[in-house]
Design a protein around this ligand. Structure first.
Ligand SMILES: [Mg+2]
Length: 309
C-alpha cells in the first residue's frame, strides 16, 4: 500500500468516523452494536441527534478548514487558520465545542484568544484540537517527528490554551506520521512519548499503554487524554477499519470525536480501500464559513492528495 492510499484513508477515515458516530453522541456504551449487531448490515450510516445520515460534524468541518488553509497558503499560516475558524463559527455551525466557541467568540486576536480563555477557565484540555488534526498530520508527516509535533501544538493552541491538549494533538500527529510510513504506530510509541513535554509524558504513557482500557479513564472521553487513549485502544484491539470505528462508537460519550480520531488513525493504518463504500457514499461535509459548500468524497480525496503530495 502506498503513501497516498494511506493518506486518503486517514482523511476520509476520520470524516467517516465522525459522521458514523454523530447520532450516538452522549449515548451509553454499546448503543451502536445494539442497533447494528452484525458488521456489514449496510444501514449504519444513520440519522439522529439532529444529523442527517452521512453528515459530518464540526470535527470534520474544522479539519477541512485547516486542510484548505495549508494548501492555499502553501504551509502553516496560523492567523489564516484562525480567520477561517472565526468565519466558520460565525456562520452558525450545527455544533461547536464549548471551549472552541468561547475562544472564537471573544473578539481577540489569533495569538491571544485561547490564552485568555485558559487564564480565566483553567480548563482547556478538551478533545477539540485533537478531533480536527488528521489533515495537518498528513501534511506535516514527511517533515519528520519533531516538525509535525510542533505544527500540531501550534494549531491546537489556536483554540486550546492548555498544553495538555497541545501534547495530545502532537502525539496524534506522530502516530499518523508513523502509520503513513507503513509501520504500526503503536510499535514506536516510546519514541513518540520521548518527544512529549516531560510535564505531560507520564499521563499520556498511562492512557496509551497496551493494557489500558477506556473503562479506566479518569475523565470523560470528551477530554483529550481519554479520547486519544480510546482511539489507540480501538486501533490496538481490532484488525480493520470497520471494527476499529465500531469499537470507538460503542464506548459511548463523545462518539463522533472518538470515532473521528480513531478513524483518522485506522484509515492511515488500513488504507482507503478498507473503508466501506456504503459509508463513504452517503458521506457529506456541509462547510459553514465557505459560502454554503457541501463536500463529498471526491472533494475529500482531492484534499488528501493535495496534503500528501
Ligand atoms: Mg462533532
Amino acid at each position: 500500500m502506498d503513501h497516498l492510499e494511506r493518506a486518503a484513508g486517514a482523511v476520509v477515515g476520520s470524516a467517516v468516523g465522525d459522521a458514523l458516530g454523530a447520532p450516538f453522541e452522549f449515548g451509553p456504551p454499546g448503543a451502536f452494536s445494539a442497533r447494528f449487531p452484525a458488521p456489514g448490515s449496510g444501514d449504519e450510516m444513520s440519522e439522529g441527534g439532529g444529523w442527517n445520515a452521512g453528515e459530518a460534524t464540526d470535527d470534520t468541518q474544522m479539519a477541512v478548514h485547516v486542510a484548505e488553509s495549508l494548501l492555499e497558503r502553501g504551509g502553516l499560516d496560523l492567523p489564516d487558520i484562525f480567520t477561517r475558524f472565526l468565519r466558520w463559527a460565525a456562520d452558525d455551525p450545527k455544533d461547536i465545542g464549548l471551549q472552541t466557541e468561547d475562544v472564537l467568540t471573544r473578539g481577540l486576536p489569533w495569538d491571544q484568544a485561547a490564552v485568555a480563555h485558559y487564564r480565566s477557565s483553567h480548563r482547556a484540555a478538551g478533545n477539540g484540537s485533537l478531533m480536527r488534526a488528521t489533515p495537518s498530520a498528513v501534511y506535516f508527516a514527511p517533515k519528520g517527528r519533531h516538525v509535525t509535533m510542533d505544527a500540531a501544538r501550534r494549531i491546537a493552541a489556536l483554540t486550546h490554551g492548555d498544553p495538555a491538549a497541545w501534547e495530545g494533538t502532537a502525539i496524534f500527529h506522530d502516530l499518523v506520521r508513523a502509520a503513513l510510513s507503513g509501520v504500526d504506530p503503536l510499535d514506536s510509541l516510546s519514541l513518540t512519548l520521548s518527544a512529549v513535554h516531560p510535564d505531560h509524558r507520564e499521563r499520556y504513557a498511562v492512557v496509551l499503554a497496551p493494557d489500558w482500557h477506556p473503562s479506566q479513564a479518569t475523565e470523560s472521553n470528551g477530554a483529550v487524554w481519554a479520547c486519544l487513549g480510546s482511539a489507540a485502544w480501538a486501533l490496538r484491539t481490532t484488525r480493520g477499519y470497520e471494527d476499529a470505528v465500531r469499537a470507538a462508537i460503542d464506548l459511548g460519550g463523545d462518539t463522533d470525536t472518538v470515532a473521528a480520531v480513531t478513524g483518522g488513525l485506522a484509515g492511515a493504518v488500513h488504507g482507503l480501500a478498507a473503508i466501506p463504500t456504503r459509508w463513504t457514499e452517503p458521506l457529506h461535509v456541509p462547510l459553514p464559513g465557505s459560502g454554503g459548500r457541501v463536500l463529498r468524497l471526491s472533494h475529500l480525496l482531492d484534499l488528501a492528495h493535495g496534503l500528501a503530495s
